[in-house]
Write a new protein. Structure first.
Length: 269
């Protein structure tokens, strides 16, 4: 195969969040459907959580892309940790109220209490673990007005977080966990991503044993898999341009998988 094929395959695994790159897998689709059903209910807060790299941001982007034409939905991809800035954006997006100066919490609550909208706006907060604890408490109080509802995503951690404390957890009516991929799901993920980009020859390079090795290295984490395969195809691209006779284009080399893992720091040399 030519180096261009490997370059195209490499670019498939760039670490970017683009809803057009969404890969439909059974368990991922179940989580997606659960999110869609949850936000239609009269809930104050919905929680999506999981380990870093499980694809939470991709799910949110896909959900936003699909629902924004018909729903009043807003996605905050990057945490807004300045309270005044957050309150002003929330007022502008969800309440159609623009503020030039300072908007404090009490003023925002007053605006919310006097608002009568036929549709309750949904605010999606990605990376919610990065918001200060005091802000999360105020977001909880905002949700109590039932004038705005929130879909909150955060990383699953071992230590107790503010969001897991009893006084906050009672506001979250539904919690949905997003997991790493199983071996079968990881194989489907790799092949579907490549085939979606018309990289059919490269999609056929991954027999079950090779995927098992990749899964062992990445634990089925989508982000780590993307990093590994980006590097893997970068190595294949180099060999194709400089020493084609040393690579087998039929099945992915386990040595190159291990080289890629070492290069990305997934395993120690």
């Amino acid at each position: 195969m030519s180096s261009n094929i490997y370059k195209n395959s490499k670019d498939v695994f760039l670490d970017v969040v683009n809803p057009n790159d969404y890969v439909q897998l059974d368990r991922v689709s179940m989580v997606y459907q659960s999110l869609k059903e949850s936000i239609k209910k009269p809930l104050k807060m919905v929680l999506l959580y999981g380990k870093p790299g499980t694809g939470k941001s991709m799910l949110l982007s896909k959900l936003f892309q699909d629902l924004s034409p018909s729903e009043e939905i807003f996605l905050y991809k990057t945490p807004i940790t300045d309270e005044n800035e957050f309150f002003k954006k929330l007022a502008k997006d969800a309440l159609d109220t623009k503020y030039e100066g300072i908007l404090n919490f009490t003023q925002l609550l007053n605006i919310l209490e006097t608002t009568n909208k036929t549709q309750t706006p949904l605010i999606i907060l990605d990376e919610a673990q990065l918001y200060p604890g005091a802000m999360m408490e105020k977001i909880r109080l905002i949700s109590d007005t039932r004038k705005v509802k929130f879909l909150i995503t955060l990383h699953k951690t071992e230590k107790e977080d503010l969001i897991a404390k009893e006084h906050f957890q009672t506001r979250i009516w539904e919690s949905i966990e997003h997991h790493n991929a199983s071996k079968q799901e990881l194989k489907a993920y790799i092949q579907k991503k490549l085939m979606k980009a018309n990289c059919f020859d490269c999609a056929n390079m991954f027999p079950t044993k090779s995927v098992d090795l990749i899964h062992k290295i990445t634990q089925g984490n989508y982000r780590e898999t993307n990093k590994l395969l980006y590097t893997l195809f970068e190595i294949y691209e180099w060999y194709s341009e400089n020493n084609l006779s040393k690579i087998n284009s039929n099945n992915v080399s386990h040595k190159i998988i291990e080289m890629s893992a070492i290069h990305t720091g997934l395993i120690d040399a």
